[in-house]
Structure formats: structure tokens, C-alpha cells
Design a protein around this ligand. Structure first.
Ligand SMILES: NC(=O)c1ccc[n+]([C@@H]2O[C@H](COP(=O)([O-])OP(=O)(O)OC[C@H]3O[C@@H](n4cnc5c(N)ncnc54)[C@H](OP(=O)(O)O)[C@@H]3O)[C@@H](O)[C@H]2O)c1
Length: 702
């Protein structure tokens, strides 16, 4: 009870001599569990972590030392702290005044993530020191399973890795809005629990439990904890505890709850009051459709998923997102999990195929390395990650081929189809890559499965698909809300098989649609990347012919004499069009920014209205001979180039953002896995732009 906080707290260290400033390093080594706390795929520091930082810093700075039980903390969370792949440092600043010490948790640029106070008194006052389980259980007669809670949380965007999923089934009373559950602290948390004032993972479990209140009483709405009015830790938390919670207030967009952690006998260990959850306002009817309308029902799994005999023995190239982990119970216990980072660390020696040692005689390989969210603000990084992902995939296929393995490859992508595309990930490239593997490695089976969420329902469906839907029969499966497996029959294989080249002749006989309106404006700028040659040059002529007044051609090489003459001929023929050349390597962000600046000077007053992205680099080769560098080279103009164009024009209302892609991205073409990957990126990226409300059209030339 008289416990102080250890001077060697695992998170904080003093950064000045008077103990008023502390630092906290966030990294995969020091705070790995944080990366398992995600909202819509983005790892966020939980509010509970800030609470620990505030409380621990005040405790550490107190002279003389005070027992934890005499401290009462309040905190409000002001901004989300997004975790990046590289390490980050948070600063905790204290301002002590008599019995109260204020604290702030800040970013390296002084943005405030959370702020609060710790009041030190002779003994903190708690409302009740014991609670009676018997009475509570009598009132709380409905049971919400642990799966339902995590389902409800995932429906509003919260995805938790296994370390955070510690709640048991919750007993709930709807009339009195109170709930109780037990918690058995898992091993990882238990190891370090006693070094913390209140371990963030455990405090977060309390916050997770509010999902019961929100899903049952206020319909599921997207909400975030916005503050804790009072937290007192009376005694160290225990391995087996109960969590009790009661709604205390519900006004407008805010719900307040109070509650406690107790030991097995009902004696209060920590008390929480005025814990506020603020709901995100409803913005559009489309959001309602996503967030509120779905009525979920657990599908019954195939009987075969249950017993070991039919459970596939799998090499899982596992994600950190939690999908692989959630799948674990459906796979054979002898399945092996391989993390991307472990493979990446071996990648230095590029000549050697590091997958050879991994692909033993498994039934199949599950490739989940395309799920990681990529940051579009760093185009060259996106290329780097995507190229590595393709290279890993290539190594898997080559290693399997060398061993004449009958193992099939299933690629799990995340939100890369239709209206679900809402962020960029490596899955964009895996589409084209897989379709090309189907053509280039006909003796192997490939299957693409796209998941629209990581909810337990979708993971159950995924497990079912793994057992029941063989890749040969169902090469592409999309698992999405409302109608899982709906499109199973429309497989690309069936489609390709049904294709009859004669039909293409008929296609060309369909009269072209003649639009009435003017396609291009006189006073607008149209950028054609790669506009000096091939289809790009044809595009330049087409725009000029159809009224486009200002055309800027971007490419790396200056036009030679012959090209100058051709350009002059275009200028002569279409006198109303001003055609200029701007030297620019579209893979370079600074080059693209400079090029758009030159346009502003060259065509003062005319807005950019269209982008035609035709840049390409080729480096064909069979899977056996391709290297990481070849993927980088081919992905760069299409991936980094397109992202640079997207970033440079993000604030502008474009009529056209057209990317020149190829039929290779969906038909595949032996020796062109890298090219197909680059083009399928374009196809999905245009979908992404449209989902963002921006123009975007991929043209699959063939
Ligand atoms: N032609 C076809 O039958 C066909 C079929 C399917 C798809 N496509 C697609 O349509 C597009 C055009 O094909 P194409 O055959 O017309 O190609 P192309 O004649 O080789 O033209 C590509 C252009 O891109 C430019 N470029 C390459 N890298 C660049 C960079 N980093 N920055 C700026 N410009 C760059 C090149 O100029 P510099 O080298 O001077 O930079 C070149 O002018 C390609 O995206 C291709 O994938 C074409």
C-alpha cells in the first residue's frame, strides 16, 4: 500500500536536473505492445499510456517520495499520437504547485497529446473500498461475449493485437447501464505490470469495456476516450481481477462512466471516475451505412475447420496487424510464423534467396506481408517497401518451384478492392504480381483473398475460405461486410477461360461514344508525363486536337532535334494550343514540385485540370532472374511518379488524373511480374483516389 514508483520506471527517464522534465522513447524495442493498438490500421498511442506517463513522472519527481495510493490523477487527451516505424520521443513536462502537479505529454515539436494533474493528499479518497459481486451479477443478466466486444470495437475502427485482448465475457445490465467482467492478466503484461503505476494495457482494457455501453445503449458509434476525471491506484493490480463499470452521465456526444478494478474478493485496487468517451459526429449518410447499418450475425464455420486433420499446415508470412494472429487458432499447430522484419534483416545479401530455408513441405504459404499501411507522403519509401514485398513474394515462388513443392500460395490483401480502398499498401502491387505468377508458373496454385476488415467475423470467413475454397477453383475471393463470398463465382480464371478473341473484333465494331461537351479547356493546363514518345505523344496531340489550351510535357530527356520538329508541327497544326516541355524526373518529389512551379510561371492564371501519367520503365525477366533492384526500377515511375503527381495536385480540382496502365496487370504476362505489379498499383490507386473524392482513371492499354 505504501508503494512508491521505482526510480527505474520502464518508460521514463529524467531529462533535467530538477526532475521537471522526462523523456519516453517509443520504439519496437521499448514499447512493442503499443504497435498492437490500432485505429483503422494506424497504430496509435492509447490514452492509457499517457495516463501512465503523467502519473509515473509526477511520482518520480516527488520529493519526498509519496505512496501511489495518495495520488489522484486527472487527464484529458487532446490529440492522437500516431506511431511511426522509426522510434519517437515523447516529453513529459511537470509544473508543481503545492499539492497539485500539472503535467503535459508532448511531441518532439511540442504538440500536446495529453495534459492533466496529479493531486497528492494524505490519502486519496475513493467512493467505495469494496463492491459486492453477488448483487452486481444478479442485476447484470445479459452476457456479451468477448468476441462480440472486440467485434463491436473493430466495427468502429479499433483493432487490438492479442496483448490488448484481455477482457472476458461481460455481464451487463441494460437498464442500469452497468457491467462486470473478469480479467486474467496475460504473461507478457504480467512480467512488467509491477514496474508500472497502472499498466497501460490494463487501463486500456477498462476503456475497451465502454464498447459494451456504446454498442448496447447508444448504437455503435465511433468514439474515442477523451479524458479521465479521476484515477486512484490504491494497491498494485493483481493477476486475476474483476473490472466493474457503470455509466454515470450521457450528454450529447459524450458518455461518462465510472468503475474500478477489484481483486477476486471485491476489494477495490484502482478507482476510475468521470471517464469520458466522445463520439465522432455523424458526417454523411455514407458513413452511416458503414458504421451503423450492418446487422452482424456470426456465420457458422464449416465443420472441417474444427479438427486438426483438415487444418492446413501453413507457412504464415505474418502481419503485425493481428490478422495472422487471429487466424492462428484455425491453422494446424505445426504451422510456422515468419515476420517480415526477420526476413528483411537478412536481405542485405541480395543474391541469396533467403526463403529457401523457410519453405519446407507445408500445405500452403499464406502471404500477409502486403497488408502494412504505407505513408503516401513518402513516395520513395513506398517504392522501397513495395519492392521488398514483391521481392519476398518472388523468393517464395522461386523457392517453392525449386523444391517442386505442391504447396499453394495464398495472398491475403487488405482493402484493395472497390469502395474499400482507403489507404495505400503493398497489396496494390500484389494483384498484378499474382496474376502474372499464374501465367508464368502454371504448375503452382495461387489465390488472392482481399479482406475488407479484420473483424473476427471476417477472419472466421477467411479461415473458412482457407479450408473450403481451393485456389484452383476460386483464384480470387473478396471477403467483405454484408455479403461475404458474394463474388466467388466470378473468378478471373473463369473469365479468362471464357474469353474468345473473336469477341474483341466485335468490340471494335461498337460505335464510339461521341461526347457533346468539350473535353479540354482553353484556359486550363494539362500535364502529360512521358509526353515526348509513344502513347504520351499521342495524348499530347489528342488534347491539342480537342481544345486543350496549355499542354506541359514532363520527361527526363530534353527533346532532340527531330522531336523538336515534331513538336513544332503540332504547334503549327493546333494554333490554339501552347505546348511546352518541362524537364522532370517524375520519381523525384523535388523535381515534380519544381515542374509544377514552372507551370505556374509559364501559364500564369491557368489552373491545372488534367494529369496524364504515361511514364514507364521496363526490366523484364523470369522470376528466377529478377532482383530487388529490378522491382525498384520498374515500380519507381509508376508508383513514386504517380504519388508525386498526386501530392503535387492534391489541393486542386482536377478533371482528369489518368494513369496509363496495362492489361498485363489483370491478365498477367510471363516475365513481367514487376511491370504487372507496377500497373496493378495504378489500377488500385485510381480507385483510392476516387474513394477520396478525387478524379482517377486507369487505362489498361493492351
Ligand atoms: N505502348 C503500348 O502498347 C502500351 C501497352 C500497355 C500499356 N502501356 C502503358 O502506356 C504508357 C506509355 O507506353 P509507351 O509504350 O508509349 O511508352 P514509351 O514510349 O516508352 O514512353 C514512356 C515515356 O515515359 C518517360 N519516362 C520514363 N520514366 C520517366 C520518369 N522517371 N520521369 C519522367 N518521364 C519518364 C520516357 O521519357 P524519358 O525517358 O525521357 O524520361 C518516355 O517518354 C506506359 O505507362 C505503358 O506502361 C503501353
Amino acid at each position: 500500500n505504501q508503494r512508491g514508483v521505482s526510480s527505474s520506471h520502464p518508460l521514463i527517464s529524467s531529462t533535467n536536473s530538477d526532475n521537471t522534465e522526462f523523456g519516453c522513447l517509443l520504439s519496437q524495442d521499448t514499447t512493442s505492445y503499443l504497435y498492437e493498438h490500432k485505429n483503422n490500421g494506424v497504430a496509435l498511442v492509447p490514452g492509457a499510456f499517457h495516463a501512465e506517463l503523467g502519473l509515473a513522472s509526477v511520482m518520480s519527481s516527488s520529493r519526498p517520495k509519496v505512496p501511489l495510493s495518495t495520488c489522484q490523477m486527472s487527464i484529458s487527451f487532446s490529440a492522437p499520437c500516431v506511431l511511426t516505424q522509426s522510434s519517437q520521443v515523447l516529453t513529459i513536462k511537470l509544473n508543481a504547485q503545492k499539492a497539485v502537479t500539472a503535467f503535459e505529454v508532448l511531441s518532439s515539436t511540442n504538440a500536446v497529446y495529453a495534459a492533466g494533474h496529479v493531486r497528492k493528499g494524505p490519502e486519496a479518497v475513493v467512493e467505495e473500498s469494496t463492491i459486492s459481486f453477488q448483487d452486481i451479477y444478479q442485476r447484470c443478466r445479459s452476457v456479451i461475449t468477448r468476441e462480440e466486444i472486440y467485434e463491436a470495437l473493430s466495427q468502429v475502427g479499433f483493432q487490438y493485437g492479442s496483448i490488448f485482448r484481455q477482457l472476458s465475457d461481460v455481464h451487463y445490465c441494460q437498464e442500469l447501464k452497468e457491467a462486470i467482467t473478469s480479467i486474467k492478466v496475460n504473461k507478457e503484461t504480467l512480467k512488467e505490470m509491477y514496474n508500472y503505476c497502472i499498466h497501460p494495457v490494463l487501463l486500456d482494457c477498462f476503456l475497451q469495456m465502454t464498447a459494451v455501453m456504446t454498442s448496447r445503449t447508444l448504437q455503435s458509434k465511433s468514439g474515442f476516450p477523451s479524458g479521465i476525471g479521476s484515477l486512484v491506484v490504491l494497491r498494485p493490480l493483481e493477476e486475476e481481477m474483476m473490472i466493474y463499470m457503470r455509466a454515470s452521465k450521457s450528454i450529447g456526444n459524450c458518455l461518462e462512466v465510472c468503475g474500478c478494478f477489484t481483486d477476486k474478493h471485491g476489494s477495490v485496487l484502482a478507482e476510475l471516475k468521470r471517464v469520458a468517451i466522445t463520439f465522432v459526429k455523424q458526417t454523411s449518410s455514407r458513413d452511416n451505412e458503414f458504421l451503423f447499418e450492418n446487422k452482424w450475425k456470426e456465420v457458422s464455420l464449416s465443420k472441417t475447420t474444427g479438427h486438426m486433420g483438415s487444418m492446413p499446415r501453413v507457412l504464415v508470412l505474418a502481419d503485425k496487424f493481428g490478422i495472422a494472429e487471429q487466424l492462428r487458432k484455425h491453422l494446424h499447430p505445426d504451422s510456422r510464423y515468419l515476420m517480415y522484419e526477420d526476413w528483411e534483416a537478412l536481405l542485405e545479401d541480395q543474391a541469396e534467396n533467403k526463403m529457401r530455408a523457410e519453405v519446407e513441405d507445408y500445405d500452403e504459404v499464406l502471404f500477409l506481408w502486403g497488408i502494412q499501411k504505407l505513408n503516401e507522403d513518402f513516395p520513395s519509401k513506398v517504392v522501397e517497401q513495395m519492392a521488398k514485398c514483391c521481392e519476398a513474394y518472388r523468393q517464395v515462388v522461386v523457392a517453392l518451384r525449386e523444391k517442386s513443392s505442391h504447396c499453394s500460395v495464398r495472398v491475403i490483401t487488405y482493402r484493395t478492392t472497390d469502395r474499400y480502398v482507403d489507404h495505400i499498401n503493398c497489396g496494390f502491387a500484389l494483384y498484378g504480381m499474382t496474376r502474372t505468377c499464374v501465367v508464368e508458373v502454371p504448375e503452382m496454385t495461387f489465390q488472392l483473398i482481399d479482406l475488407s476488415s479484420s473483424s473476427s467475423l471476417d477472419i472466421s470467413v477467411l479461415a473458412d475460405v482457407l479450408v473450403k475454397y481451393k485456389g484452383v477453383a476460386y483464384p480470387e475471393v473478396s471477403i467483405f461486410q454484408k455479403a461475404p463470398l458474394k463474388d466467388l463465382q466470378k473468378t478471373v480464371h473463369a473469365w479468362i477461360n471464357s474469353m474468345d478473341t473473336k469477341r474483341f473484333r466485335h468490340l471494335s465494331e461498337i460505335p464510339l461514344y461521341e461526347p457533346q461537351k468539350q473535353l479540354f479547356k482553353r484556359s486550363a493546363v494539362y500535364v502529360v508525363v512521358g509526353g515526348l514518345t509513344g502513347l504520351g505523344f499521342e495524348t499530347v496531340k489528342f488534347i491539342a486536337e480537342n481544345g486543350g489550351g496549355c499542354i506541359a510535357i514532363f520527361s527526363r530527356r530534353m527533346p532532340d532535334e527531330e522531336k523538336q520538329e515534331e513538336l513544332n508541327a503540332v504547334r503549327q497544326q493546333y494554333k490554339g494550343s501552347k505546348v511546352v516541355f518541362v524537364q522532370c524526373d517524375v520519381t523525384s518529389t523535388s523535381d515534380v514540385e519544381r515542374a509544377f512551379q514552372s507551370i505556374v510561371n509559364l501559364f500564369a492564371g491557368s489552373p491545372v485540370k488534367g494529369i496524364f501519367q504515361s511514364a514507364v520503365a521496363l526490366h523484364d525477366g523470369r522470376l528466377e532472374v529478377l532482383t530487388l533492384a529490378d522491382f525498384q526500377k520498374v515500380l519507381s515511375p509508376k508508383v513514386a511518379g504517380t504519388l508525386n503527381l498526386h501530392l503535387a495536385t492534391r489541393g486542386q480540382q482536377l478533371d482528369y488524373f489518368v494513369c496509363y496502365s496495362s492489361v498485363t496487370s489483370f491478365l498477367g504476362n510471363a516475365t513481367q511480374t514487376n511491370y504487372a505489379a507496377a500497373n496493378s498499383f495504378l489500377d488500385v490507386f485510381c480507385c483510392y483516389r476516387r474513394n477520396c473524392g478525387l478524379s482517377g482513371q486507369a487505362m489498361n492499354w493492351g
